[in-house]
Write a protein that binds this ligand. Structure first.
Ligand code: SF4
Ligand code: SF4
Length: 322
């Protein structure tokens, strides 16, 4: 589970909770978008254009929604959540209110010092998900934050030495195919994890880094390498085997099945309004959530789409136990 806070016996209450949530058709993972503001400047995302004045419209607490959904997993995300100076309090009250819930933070890491990471860990985080698309300065360029990759690579071993669980969130793009396996190996060497997804133009229409047709053969080879790595070292790559194996099929546009986002995974924006996935408009207050029907959308292959389709296979349990 990539968190030393949990022991093997915790799998039982988590499994009971999972069964209850699936039977009652409630989301397993709730993403709290605590702010849409961001101080990076990624080409494929416009959140950083959110005016600073939006701060006044952000919920002061997410605990009521957390208690009502009582999910198995909660992610604090954004925008850039560490811009919220009260993030420690937001995490702490949710951690106190929801037992047996795996709480993570998704951050670009640019403002994460070891002291702040420790405070967030003590507040109740179970893991840090740090965005990392390259192991060199290309990462700084694409995020618009000088010195970012050096900072992350220095910080992670320090966090690991204090027992904090860390995972890299890595987007597979047209220009980082050479970096994917090295990122996985880097994570493995430092006791960290990696979660992979694929670049989409859904966020702001930028097609700059979509995987191109002539790269499909490289993607197939990469997926083969990733699955081989997973079989040798379970617990590093957190995507299911099924999700990885379907990547070439998605890229070749051979995935006709509807998207089931919004069923097991939802996003709640800074005003408390729900959306089925991070790239669809928010449409109802969280109190009015009653599920989303499957939708014919093929715009992305995020985990909220791909993992929702994944069958419950033996390899999933092997991942979980590892
Ligand atoms: S992708 Fe993340 S880090 Fe980049 S601008 Fe969007 S919210 Fe900020
Ligand atoms: S495929 Fe699903 S998760 Fe992706 S953008 Fe469309 S609705 Fe959202």
């Amino acid at each position: 589970m990539l968190s030393p806070k949990y022991k093997l016996w915790h799998l039982l209450p988590f499994a009971v909770k999972y069964a209850r949530l699936r039977l009652t058709r409630r989301p397993v993972l709730v993403n709290f978008e605590v702010t849409m503001r961001c101080n990076a400047a990624c080409g494929g995302c416009d959140y950083w254009k959110t005016p600073a004045t939006e701060r006044a419209n952000e919920l002061a607490s997410f605990v009521e929604a957390a208690r009502a959904f009582d999910p198995m997993m909660i992610t604090f995300t954004g925008g850039e959540p560490t811009l919220r100076r009260d993030l420690e309090e937001l995490v702490a009250e949710v951690a106190r209110a929801v037992p047996f819930c795996y709480i993570t933070l998704l951050t670009h890491g640019g403002m994460l010092s070891i002291e702040r990471a420790q405070r967030l860990w003590d507040a109740g985080l179970d893991s840090f998900n740090i965005s990392l698309d390259f192991l060199d300065e290309r990462h700084d360029t694409q995020r618009g934050i000088p010195g970012l990759v050096a900072k992350i690579l220095a910080l992670v071993p320090e966090m690991r030495s204090r027992g904090m669980a860390v995972r890299f969130n890595t987007v597979i793009r047209d220009d980082n195919l050479d970096a994917i396996l090295p990122i996985v190996q880097h994570a493995h060497a430092r006791g960290a994890g990696v979660n992979l997804s694929v670049y989409t133009d859904m966020k702001n229409g930028s097609k700059d880094h979509l995987i191109r047709g002539e790269q499909y053969a490289r993607i197939e080879a990469l997926v083969g390498d990733l699955l081989t790595f997973k079989r040798r070292h379970r617990g590093v790559i957190t995507n299911s085997d099924w999700y990885l194996a379907q990547l070439p099929r998605y890229l070749r546009n051979e995935m006709p099945e509807p998207c089931r986002s919004g069923e097991t995974t939802i996003h709640i924006n800074p005003q408390g309004i729900v959306r089925r996935c991070p790239d669809f408009p928010a449409d109802k207050h969280w109190r009015e959530y009653n599920g989303y029907a499957p939708i014919n959308c093929n715009a992305c292959y995020y985990a909220c789409r791909g993992e929702a389709q994944a069958p419950l296979a033996l390899s999933r349990f092997q991942d979980l136990i590892a």
